[in-house]
Design a protein around this ligand. Sequence first.
Ligand code: SF4
Length: 199
Amino acid sequence: MENITYILGNKLYINLTNKCPCNCTFCIRNNGDGAYGSDSLWLDHDPSEDEAINALKAHDLDSFEEIIYCGYGEPTEALEVLLATGKYIKSVSSTPVRINTNGLSDLINKKPTAHLFKGAIDIMSISLNAPTEAEYNAVTRPSFDNAFQAMQDFAVECKKHLPEVLMTVVDVIPKEQIELSKELTKKLGVTLRIREYAD
Ligand code: SF4
């Protein structure tokens, strides 16, 4: 399997699954076969732990600025492989490890999961997308009824176990939504990152 990892700039990305309980209006899966110039990220099957670790062994992990779980799907859909590979990376490299996630791991895995990432992940980056439930549901289109609240609860729980927890929005949403996102993340006690929108 050649598309488990891909490189953009000086960062290594890990693509573990194409599964996701959301159907975001902006999802790059709907807009072509690659991510920002990479090859196709469609997988013929979710990689096993051995397949994923072998893919990581093909790289000098210390040579990257950051290693990021992010692909054509939600990384926490492949929780066991994610945790095993995260621990493997931490055992051989000091490069920071981040997950870009929709924050719905507890709903996906039907159990509390935030504590499991300790020792495998340094940075949990959660896509907030929108600061109210109605706007969030309209943009993210989750298959769970309580996704907006569950995402917030997950963020708060992650703070207890991980060095850094971020929530992200893109810079093209209306100014009022940016302000509401600042208020929400302040209330939750996590950092808001306003990302540049990549078309
Ligand atoms: S959460 Fe990510 S992978 Fe899932 S639909 Fe939204 S953008 Fe796509």
